[in-house]
Design a binder for this molecule. Sequence first.
Ligand code: FES
Length: 162
Amino acid sequence: MIEEKKSMQEEVASLVEKWKDKEGNLIMILHELQNYYGYVPRPAALELSRVLHAPLARIYEVITFYNFFKLEAPGKHTISLCLGTACYLKGSAILLNEIKTLLNIEEGQTTKDGLFQLDVVRCLGCCGLAPVIKIDDKIYGKVQKNQVMGILSEYAEHKPEV
Ligand code: FES
């Protein structure tokens, strides 16, 4: 535990050193932290606040302003539900509600078991397949509400052999 904390302090210190003289350094440091951890852990934000002498509130203001930054550890599988115009018109909001209900999470959250993270996106570049859900790198097109559970169950941890 202490070792993990120390390495996080070292990570923050090296990023601050790398970006200290550059404009927009807070955002760049946060980007690098997120690339490294998959999200911006609170201890890293606290350490950054301490090292940069920046108020923690200012750091969280930046994190929460940009949708890109995440405050929770990412789930094993990322669900990207498209709410772009084509998908929305074809009922993707209904799919979103179905996923939220089935997984008991809101947008931007991760399930308690860490299996899924739910993100909403504005277009996945395959509008002809609307409504579209992407899970990790796999695209599901023309998805109907009653197919959602089956799709999610493909990612269940103990999938029965077929
Ligand atoms: S609007 Fe959904 S893929 Fe383009």
